[in-house]
Design a protein around this ligand. Structure first.
Ligand SMILES: [Zn+2]
Length: 345
């Protein structure tokens, strides 16, 4: 039996090789077959090509869908959270303190998402390549989740503006509901774990801010109120914003909560005027990050100046901003630095 088997195998291999050679030969002859018109040949080749292409395309699409799902799952699992240093947790911020040369400003939009106006504002921001910060109301988010998804998908930042937008006093349980249910829905809808809070109407003493601080949110107020909720003329709206514009400023506008057609109309002019004055636009987390860097740099410069005054031998040209931290990580220290202890003015 075994001998018989061993004889069959070499035969099978020879047959297979012959068959392969035959197929290869026919394949070589095909393109030059005189009976086949050029169009037919092309068609045959094209259809082969198309099948291959479709197969590849399908594989790419499948891969893309797989990656997207996995990315969305990861984002949901981890949550997109804004990087807020601990000193901003529970702090109230009305504007960033920046050196005059730092002409950055933050556009913020409250009370959305809202049909029509939120999408119009997003369109304007997209055209101008600007990222902004939106403080949204939970019950509006429940009604228009796709608008919030678009806000996040287009790179803007989402903050919590309570569920009902109430001004009256709220006991701790009610305050917890206003904030937690909104943050939870923002997370479920967009994957964003927000740590930014803006109290409705800027009311600080009705219980919600206390709760938000206790939960380590940064309380984001504003330095430049457009007063757009009172629906002034477009010209007046632009004037009001421009009058209060300053480096590190936070501009308050509304994309929801009523007819916002004046805000939508004024926005391109506001953007263009600010740009003419040399401003660029940042989100709230970016603004806070810039404030930290700016202050660190200023402190480092001051340190260098002080050192120059104290020692003429130390010739380090530059210093990194984080040298400003009080952890004393300076790579080189001149011996007499220890004697000049408190250099802060
Ligand atoms: Zn509001």
């Amino acid at each position: 039996m075994e001998n018989h088997k061993s004889l069959i195998w070499p035969q099978a291999i020879v047959v297979a090789i012959l068959a392969l050679c035959g197929a290869f030969g026919i394949g070589l002859l095909l393109p030059v077959n005189p009976k086949m018109s050029e169009a037919q040949t092309k068609q045959a080749l094209d259809s082969k090509d198309l099948t291959a292409k479709t197969g590849t395309q399908q594989r790419i699409e499948k891969f893309k869908a797989m990656m997207l799902t996995s990315w969305q799952e990861q984002a949901k699992a981890k949550g997109i959270s804004y990087n807020l240093p601990s000193h901003y947790q529970g702090a109230t911020i009305e504007q960033a303190k920046l050196s005059p040369g730092q002409k950055v400003i933050a556009l913020t939009f409250d009370d959305g998402p809202w049909p029509k106006s939120t999408a119009q504002i997003l369109d304007i921001l997209k055209e101008n390549n600007i990222k902004a910060t939106f403080f949204q109301i939970g019950q509006n988010l429940k009604n228009y989740p796709d608008l919030s998804k678009r806000v996040v998908a287009e790179g803007h930042v989402l903050g919590n503006h309570t569920w009902h937008h109430w001004y009256h006093y709220l006991n701790p349980q009610a305050a917890a509901f206003e904030i937690e249910s909104t943050t939870n829905l923002i997370y479920q809808t967009t994957g964003v774990k927000t740590n930014l809070f803006r109290p409705p109407g800027g009311v600080m003493r009705n219980g919600v801010v206390d709760y938000a601080k206790h939960k380590n949110y940064a309380i984001i107020m504003w330095s430049d109120d457009s007063v757009d909720y009172s629906r002034p003329s477009v010209a007046k709206l632009v004037r009001t914003v421009m009058k209060e514009a300053k480096p590190g400023g936070i501009i308050l506008m509304h994309d929801g909560g009523g007819n916002r057609s004046h805000t939508v109309e004024a926005l391109p002019e506001i953007i263009s005027n600010l740009r003419k004055q040399g401003y660029s636009f940042v989100t709230i987390p970016e603004l806070l990050e810039l404030q930290d860097k700016d202050q660190a740099l200023a402190a480092a410069k001051k340190q260098v100046q002080n050192k120059d005054q104290n020692t003429t031998t130390d010739k380090k040209p530059t210093q990194s901003p984080d040298q400003n931290t009080t952890t004393d990580k300076k790579p080189v220290q001149s011996p007499d630095q220890n004697t000049t202890t408190d250099k802060k003015q």
